[in-house]
Each structure stands twice: as structure tokens, then as C-alpha cells.
Design a protein around this ligand. Structure first.
Ligand code: FAD
Ligand code: FES
Length: 279
């Protein structure tokens, strides 16, 4: 019998998933996995866009691309086990199929003028959609100013992409980690990312910021950066909402006057304030 997920050209029908094959699985923490998915045809996407990922018999969930598009047929997804569908995704093994619809959403603006400082603020799984930006910045670092990553996790064991943070440092990014609660073998920062602004070497008035994490962190980080003199158009975040269709039809993600799936998920602080999206 033919698989319910047929192999078709990317985006030929927005409701039908493409067939992806799990090529690699990496356990990043207790409840977070990195999946490398091979698709039948190349899918063009940009940082900040998301895919609707489905498991037969379980359902479908929005997940951000955590890889940088390189014109090939693999996509990386970093997925935390939280409920029914993400648990089903975590039960899959290498070689098994997974459904992919997308990419959807607008993605991050990456037209960073030469020499600008960049501040990236991540909380928990919020590092996933920001990772492709970090990779993009590393590839283009000769054109940029100083790049700082402030990254908060609940505990030292929950730091996602810990190995990669070392590579990011070696590539010239100032990586500052913090945790809510330390342990005996941890000697780094403890506290919220928003307590670490003093470690950021940036010309705030001319910088650009990318933020993703829990809503409370996003709100606090945006307000602080605006207070430091950043333009509200240059403070950029990506938002989460409950989603069903991913394409602006079902209304599940409607927040204020905007659909998070089609108008976002990436918004500037200016849009968020003027259109009462998050406040
Ligand atoms: C644009 C976008 C990008 C995302 N990217 C990622 C990613 O890269 N990696 C990742 O691990 N997760 C990501 N998420 C969150 C992910 O979609 C949810 O964790 C997932 O939908 C939960 O589904 P479930 O069936 O496993 O859980 P359920 O059984 O549906 O619910 C488990 C719990 O999670 C809550 N929940 C469910 N969906 C959401 C949601 N969308 N936002 C907030 N809480 C939710 C429920 O209220 C419930 O408390 C993203 C969400 C959006 C909207
Ligand atoms: S998820 Fe259906 S309208 Fe946004």
C-alpha cells in the first residue's frame, strides 16, 4: 500500500506533507533531540521560518528550521518533548518517515548593514530558530561588528547545543551562558539573561537584536534593549502560538490583529507595540 505521505514537489499543495526520512538523531539533552531529515526534493527556507511536522496517527506541530539552508535536501529540527506529537516524534528512529509541510512564516530579516553589532538573546528551546542566524553570522563575520549571544537555560544539563557554543566562541562570537539553577560542577552565571546586559559589548543605538524564548523573557529583553536606546524596528523576535493549519486559515494562532503563522512568527518590537500583539 502506498504511504499516506506521497512524494511530491515542495509546496505543490500547502496541506499535503512531503515525505521526509530521518537520517540522523542526536540527543542534545534529556528531552531535546536534533533530527536531520532528508527530503525528496530541495526545500528553500530561511532562518525563522517553520515547518508543520507530522507523525502518522499522532498529529502535526509547528517546528522551526534550526539549520541554515544550503541548497540541499536536508533540514535540521531541534525538538523538545512536551506532549502528544512531540513525544511521537521522539519515538521515531533513523530510517523512519516523517511528514513535512512548509516552509511557512516570514523569517528573520538578515540584511544587517556592514559593521553593525548584533545581540542574540535566547532562552531554552528558543535557541533553535536562532542557531541558523548564528551560523549565518559566522559565515559573514568579516562584514559585521561585535556579535554577542546571551543564552539562558534552566539548568546546566539543559544547555542545548553546548558543544557548538564552544565552536561559536572560537568563531569570534561572545557567548555568555547562564542558568536558573546551578549544580556542584557548574561555576558559570546563575540568573536571568536580562541580568547580563553589562557583559554585552555593543553600540546599542546602532545594533540589531534577535530574541527567542519564553514570553516573559522576550518582553523583558525587548523593553530593556529599547531602554538602552535601540531602535524598536531593530529589536526582532519570533513568537509562538497554538497552530493547526500554519497557513492563515483556521484562526488558532490569531493574536491581536495578526496571524502568527502568516504575518509572523517574526515581528519587530515596533510592530508588537503598535499592533498590541504580545502586550
Ligand atoms: C512557529 C513555532 C515554532 C516552533 N518551533 C519549535 C522548535 O523549533 N522546537 C520545539 O521543540 N518546539 C517548537 N515549537 C513549539 C511546538 O510546536 C510545541 O511544543 C508543540 O506544538 C507541542 O505539541 P505536542 O502535541 O507535543 O504537545 P500537546 O500535547 O499539544 O501539549 C503539551 C503542552 O504544550 C503546550 N503547547 C502546545 N503547543 C504549543 C505552542 N505552539 N506554544 C506553546 N505551548 C504549546 C500545551 O498547551 C500543553 O501544555 C514551535 C511553535 C511555534 C508556534
Ligand atoms: S495556524 Fe491556522 S491561522 Fe494560523
Amino acid at each position: 500500500m502506498k504511504n499516506h505521505i506521497t512524494n511530491r514537489k515542495a509546496n505543490s499543495n500547502i496541506y499535503l506533507p512531503l515525505n521526509g526520512k530521518i537520517e540522523e538523531i542526536k540527543e542534545l539533552t534529556n528531552d531535546v533531540r536534533l533530527l536531520k531529515i532528508r527530503t525528496e526534493s530541495a526545500i528553500d527556507y530561511k532562518p525563522g521560518q517553520f515547518f508543520m511536522i507530522s507523525v502518522w496517527g499522532a498529529g502535526e506541530v509547528p517546528i522551526s528550521a534550526t539549520s541554515l539552508y544550503k541548497g540541499n535536501t536536508t533540514i535540521e529540527l531541534c525538538i523538545r518533548k512536551t506532549g502528544i506529537v512531540t513525544t511521537a516524534i521522539h519515538s521515531l528512529e533513523v530510517g523512519q518517515s516523517i511528514g513535512i509541510r512548509g516552509p511557512f512564516g516570514n523569517g528573520f530579516p538578515l540584511d544587517i548593514p556592514r559593521g553593525k553589532d548584533v545581540i542574540i538573546v535566547a532562552g531554552g528551546i528558543g535557541i533553535a530558530p536562532l542557531r541558523p542566524i548564528i551560523k549565518y553570522l559566522i559565515n559573514n563575520k568579516y562584514e559585521l561588528g561585535r556579535v554577542t549571544l546571551l543564552y539562558g537555560s534552566r539548568t546546566p544539563d539543559e544547555i542545548i547545543f553546548k558543544d557548538e557554543t564552544e565552536q561559536w566562541k572560537e568563531s569570534g562570537i561572545s557567548v555568555i551562558l547562564t542558568v536558573d539553577k546551578g549544580n556542584d560542577s557548574y561555576s558559570g552565571n546563575v540568573g536571568f539573561v536580562t541580568n547580563l546586559w553589562h557583559t554585552v559589548r555593543a553600540d546599542f543605538k546602532n545594533a540589531i537584536a534577535y530574541i527567542c524564548g519564553p514570553e516573559v523573557m522576550i518582553k523583558a529583553a525587548m523593553r530593556d534593549l529599547f531602554f538602552f536606546g535601540m531602535s524598536d524596528e531593530k529589536i526582532i523576535t519570533t513568537l509562538e502560538a497554538h497552530m493547526k493549519c500554519g497557513v492563515g486559515k483556521c484562526g488558532h494562532c490569531y493574536t491581536g490583529p495578526k496571524y502568527i503563522c502568516t504575518d509572523g512568527p517574526v515581528f519587530s518590537y515596533k510592530q508588537i507595540k503598535e499592533q498590541s500583539i504580545l502586550m
